[in-house]
Write a protein that binds this ligand. Sequence first.
Ligand code: ADP
Length: 375
Amino acid sequence: MTEAIGRIGVLGGGQLAWMMAQAAPRLGLELWVQAPSEADPAVALAAGRILAPPEDAVATAQLAQHCQVITFENEFVHLEALRNLEAQGVCFRPQLASLAPLLDKYTQRCFLRDLGLPVPEFRLLTATEQPQSYPVVLKACRGGYDGLGTRILHTPAALDQIRQEWAGRPAVVEAFVTYERELAILAARDVAGQIVHYPLVETQQEDQVCRRVLVPAAVPDEVTLQAEAMATTLLLALDYVGLLAIEFFLTPEGKLLVNEIAPRTHNSGHYTLDACVTSQFEQHLRATAGRPLGPPDLQVPAAVMVNLLGYETGERDYQATLKALADLPHSHVYWYGKNQARPGRKMGHVTVCLEQFDPTLAWAQARQIEALWVQ
Ligand code: ADP
């Protein structure tokens, strides 16, 4: 019999690792993190830490000496360097071959297209590329998150300017999709090959950053089935172990286009902490530890999640605001403990579980939370 996994290492120490670190003891697991700074949210909660950026593979070799398996909080890893460790017997979940096609936006798009999953029209940006029509969306192949690295461009002059600014930085240029809504789904696969799907959610972005999420999405069942089928195709094609998120555009014709795959826990799934039987963090840890998955079911009729985004730079006392948010009925406030705010930075989130599924009321609730947050 192989030894049961009791200690997991995570590359990254932000809020996703912070929420994983809270889930770990409930499963009898110890979580170690590899994070650049003592001040990173997960460091104080982790059972152990290696202070280094997630892409530092020498530090990961040290982490591997303490942990039986290593997983990921984000995409900013140095795959080539980690491959040496994998070859020496370090266990990564998901395995590195599952991550390889996903870490770069261009290779990810090619992988999805070749798998037959619908994606927006895309090309690699070249020095001479001149799109036939505008707007277009330009995306840096690596290093983008929360819309940093994604630009919507309306004119050839704007494209030329970015080409100069990003000199030599590989990027994808893709068609601007006039979508009806943005949707997302979480799915997980365990070592034995069992797959679970979480409910399809609607996400709302502003300036390319997720602001709020409604679960379940108000869409016909056939759209949910499409999303689940695509998630299954992807998990099987990647031979993936762990949890991943898929972001979609829903077209006016009711078809889904895949926008992006996040091979990890995801902001669109924070509602699972309070609204589902098994949170995304517990689920990912279960799969990573080689345990069977838990039920993904919603335990409430609906829920809405709002990101608390920094709107100013510096330090401030948020206690009164957080109390007002916590006093809302059925609300759950998460504050990531980041020591510095800056505009657009994810400082925390609030989930409100709802007694009925009514999208109009749910979005109104989200607006109320946002009004309390910025007042
Ligand atoms: P990130 O990796 O930073 O999350 P995404 O590629 O997910 O960037 O894009 C962020 C947001 O930008 C999307 O959620 C969507 O609102 C908008 N966006 C991205 N690509 C397109 C597109 N092709 N057409 C229209 N909007 C887009």
